[in-house]
Design a protein around this ligand. Structure first.
Ligand code: CUA
Length: 432
């Protein structure tokens, strides 16, 4: 009864489950026996009518006392013994374990392999090989939790902790942050990909993405980031006004901020605009840009500045294609997974959160959390229900019906009908 543990994908998992189920079954057994006896006695010995009812005086029973002291003691020793034994096994790091460095920060997981390969949000390990994730944190307490592997440990700033396990089947497993760490704690997720040995080695040796990035000129890197980080949702390259000022001829531009002070768009001004966007709002614009603090390295900011310097109007700019995504077989994914990919690749995330934050927190669009089926008002006062037809309309004609409290800033995405239904499947999964 109550066998609800998630998939067991590591060597230790069945042992953890065994103890867990013993304790669960024991607890269930004693709950039923004790509460059952209470209820039975309450009914059996209930005072009937007004008849006088004398409670007998009972002095105690030595045999009973011994039984209910000795039996639970033995059970507790038994549980403690197996608990400690399995815990010891769980913490013992095999000498041949592959080490992966994990750095937690608000709100992402970064992984680094022995050969220098780095990833974010995605970890790859070979099947049937012990692995050790060495954990630390850059800012606050986080906690690394892989339910399918039955391992969990805090990631603590200023010290190292670890989890170790041996995966026994290939597949993709969810990694959670399981220590409340601030606004996007619930979105601090990562995927653990357990691959066959050869496939893992191929992945580990493949440095094409890093090499391409390292070989990029700063301006090219900036152009890539422009689409990758979703800057394009609010800043045009052709001089047209979207939500924020256009990037065309931005470098060296002079103007006024909304408090009347004058600015010159030099390197420091641009860097500050990226890290503390609300501290300097250009006159005539509404301040609503999120900070990219911690999301862009100094090199990347330098790249964006270099990219802006190229936008002097001397040559037409081509929008850089987003960095080549890993080739995935879309037909093998569920509609929900394909919708999630679109959420990322079309940079919906710049304006639509998944954690319930919206206009009040400076987001430009309504959150997708609990969106499906939501009822509300448009800014012309008519009511809507967020069903399939509504979402399709919102994607196809984004500026037609605007939800109360928001501005018509969403661009045309040109999605196909199939892509729209994938996005809807993803939205449906974002339950309240
Ligand atoms: Cu990191 Cu919760």
């Amino acid at each position: 009864m109550f066998r609800f543990m998630p998939e067991a994908a590591s060597e230790i998992a069945p042992e953890v489950d065994k103890i867990n189920y013993w304790i669960l079954d024991l607890s269930l057994f004693f709950t039923v026996v004790i509460v059952g006896a209470m209820i039975y006695f309450a009914i059996r010995y209930k005072q009937k009518g007004d008849a006088p009812h004398e409670t007998p005086r009972i002095e105690g029973n030595n045999i009973l006392e011994v039984i209910w002291t000795v039996v639970p003691t033995i059970i507790c020793i038994f549980i403690a013994y197996y608990g400690i034994a399995v815990y010891g096994k769980m913490r013992a790091v095999p000498t041949d374990a592959m080490e992966v460095n994990v750095t937690a920060s608000s709100w992402k997981w970064d992984f680094e392999y022995a050969n220098g390969k780095k990833t974010t949000h995605e970890a790859y390990i070979p099947v049937d090989k012990p692995v050790k994730f060495l954990l630390t944190s850059k800012d606050v307490l986080h906690s690394f939790f892989v339910p399918s592997m039955r391992v969990k440990s805090d990631a603590v700033p200023g010290m190292y902790t670890y989890v170790t396990f041996k995966p026994i089947k290939t597949g993709d497993y969810q990694i959670f942050c399981t220590e409340y760490c601030g606004k996007d704690h619930s979105a601090m997720l990562a995927k653990l990909h357990v691959l066959p040995q050869e496939e893992f080695e191929k992945w580990l040796e493949d440095r094409s993405v890093e090499e391409a990035q390292a070989a990029m000129s700063p301006a090219k890197l900036g152009a890539t980031l422009y689409t990758q980080k979703g800057c394009n949702a609010c800043h045009s390259l052709d001089g047209s006004r979207v939500v924020g000022p256009s990037f065309l001829k931005i470098f060296g531009r002079k103007g006024k901020l909304d408090d009347g002070t004058e600015y010159v768009a030099d390197e420091n001004y641009i860097k500050n605009s990226i890290l503390n966007p609300m501290s300097q709002i250009v006159e005539g614009y509404v301040g609503q840009m999120p900070s990219f603090e911690g999301q862009l390295s100094d090199d990347e900011i330098g790249g964006i500045i270099a990219f802006m310097k190229t936008l002097d109007g001397s040559a037409p700019v081509e929008e850089a294609a987003p960095a080549e995504e890993e080739k995935v077989d879309l037909s093998k994914l569920s509609p929900e997974e394909r919708g999630e990919l679109l959420y990322k690749s079309k940079t919906c995330f710049t304006c639509h959160s998944l954690d319930g934050t919206g206009a009040a927190e400076g987001k430009l669009g309504p959150t997708w959390k609990g969106l499906y089926g939501r009822k509300g008002k448009f800014n012309d006062g008519t009511e809507y229900v967020a069903d399939d037809a509504y979402i399709t309309g919102a994607i196809k004609n984004p500026t037609q019906n605007i939800v109360e409290g928001y501005n018509p800033v969403m661009p045309q995405l040109g999605l196909t009908d199939d892509e729209i239904s994938d996005v809807i499947a993803f939205i449906k999964a974002q339950k309240e």
